[in-house]
Write a protein that binds this ligand. Structure first.
Ligand code: URP
Ligand code: ZN
Ligand code: ZN
Length: 457
């Protein structure tokens, strides 16, 4: 028996229209007006919107980082995802030094087995090319196995995960050659380390100096350099968590000239400014890159409205209040990261509700573009033949976020107290209802690995 959603408003990246949607098994089988009830359970969704399940391209579950491990596991993180209208998450398989990439991928896949509440895909974090760059030879097989994106960090030397420009150039080029793509956390390590050491020596250790040591120009310098390299190496590039005006401008220029440069931002950079680092609870906002000034925030909104930004993901990487407070008197000791997996779709949909963005654009940056750019064409839109990953959204509902209603395992969130106008009320994963009015009703293990296709960007 299938389900027939009657009288909803279907939202795609280009239009919104009144329609019924039929799903059978795991797929969408019919979209149209006045569909007749066959062997279906009919669900009246009058007054509600039918959206594609969101895809979160950037999450860190159980990630060892900053002297601890991020608070959400593969289970609790994907449970929170389900309740926030997310049906596919991308997480990272992190290569340890001396480890071959397939081993890193196997470890992360095992961590998801029987724990995933939504579907999951993997990016591979490359930290070590090993002797004679032998790790580059492993890219092609990974692409065949559905892991086609290779994440690099231009900072975090102390954590042992940084690559230098020589390594990054090799990764960019090789990824592009084999139907993959390099993705980059872009901050200039030299600038960040210089400024950090300077402020530490001067005894300037409050969270404000996290921002001062990771200013706009430190991120811009790395964005501009990476884009320049990608252009000259004829390689596709995806920059994660874009946060600054000059970086946005460089990406816009490259795009206009026809280069395959893709840009992601995150809600924390759209909502907050560096002023948060003066607040009493500043430690919660210590993330990297640091949240930037108002000028950058405005540039990000404009880029989001005009199409320069391709995707909005979360960089979900929460740490508990206790862990955050390790560094309240020394910003260098704060584990960097914040949560947001359950908040992103509601946040952007609320922005659409309030007229800052169109609903179509929200669907585009949270679902359609992620599926298209990252090679999972069965996901991300309400069309016949696609996976029945659906979200029913109630534009009339107002919800205020807080630890009592959110599903992260973390004890706090930078989004606590945020008032959402309109809210996702039901999430269907490949036809199965897994979240219903704020209650998770699926099962660990409902989610499965998404084997992505080689990229044609
Ligand atoms: O502060 C952050 N973003 N922590 C997670 C790791 C990263 O840089 O994406
Ligand atoms: Zn990052
Ligand atoms: Zn991240």
């Amino acid at each position: 028996m299938g389900i027939l959603f009657k009288n909803g408003t279907v939202v795609t990246s280009t239009t919104m229209y009144q329609a019924d949607v039929r799903i059978q098994g795991e797929k969408i089988t019919e979209v149209g007006q006045d569909l007749c009830i066959k062997d279906d359970q009919a669900v009246d969704v009058s007054g509600k919107y039918i959206l594609p399940g969101a895809i979160d391209l950037h999450t860190h579950m159980s990630d060892p980082f900053g002297g601890t491990v991020s608070s959400d596991s593969e289970f609790t993180g994907t449970r929170a995802a389900a309740c926030g209208g997310v049906t596919t998450v991308f997480d990272f398989a992190k290569q340890k030094k001396g480890m071959h990439l397939p081993e890193a991928v196997d470890i992360k896949k095992k961590a998801y087995e029987n724990r995933a509440c939504v579907d999951y895909a993997l990016h591979c974090i490359v930290t070590d090319l090993m002797e004679d760059d032998q790790v580059l030879e492993e890219f092609a097989d990974l692409v065949k196995d559905g892991v086609n994106t290779f994440k690099c960090y231009s900072v975090y030397k102390k954590e042992g995960i940084m690559v230098d420009n020589q390594q990054f150039a090799a990764i960019l080029e090789q990824a592009g050659k084999v139907g993959g793509m390099a993705t980059l956390h872009a901050e200039d390590a030299g600038v960040v380390d210089y400024l950090t050491e300077k402020y530490v020596k001067e005894g300037k250790l409050s969270p404000w100096y996290h921002y001062m040591s990771r200013p706009e120009w430190a991120a811009a310098q790395a964005d501009i350099s990476a884009i320049h390299m990608a252009m000259h190496l004829h390689a596709p590039l995806y920059i994660v968590h874009m946060d600054n005006k000059e970086g946005v401008e460089a990406a816009a220029k490259a795009k206009m000239e026809g280069y395959p440069v893709f840009v992601e931002t995150c809600p924390q950079y759209l909502e907050f400014t560096s002023e948060v680092y003066k607040r009493a609870d500043a430690v919660k906002f210590v993330i990297s890159p640091a949240i930037k000034n108002e000028e950058s925030r405005e540039a990000l909104w404009k880029a989001l409205q005009t199409g320069v930004i391709d995707t909005v993901a979360t960089d979900h990487c929460p740490f508990t209040t206790e862990e955050k407070n390790w560094g309240k008197d020394d910003f260098t000791k704060i584990p960097n990261g914040c949560g947001g997996i359950e908040n992103r779709y509601p946040y952007l949909l609320s922005a659409a509700h309030d007229g800052r963005l169109t609903y179509e654009r929200v669907v585009q940056v949270c679902a359609e573009n992620p599926a298209k750019i990252f090679g999972c064409s069965e996901k991300g839109s309400i069309q016949v033949g696609k996976d029945a990953d659906l979200v029913i959204y109630d534009p009339q509902m107002t919800v205020t976020g807080g630890p009592d209603i959110m599903h992260t395992a973390c004890d706090h969130s930078i989004w606590d107290g945020y008032e959402y106008h309109g809210y996702p009320v039901q999430t269907y994963l490949r036809g199965k209802l897994i979240a219903d009015h704020g209650i998770y009703i699926g099962q660990a293990g409902d989610g499965r690995f998404v084997k992505r296709s080689p990229l044609h960007v």
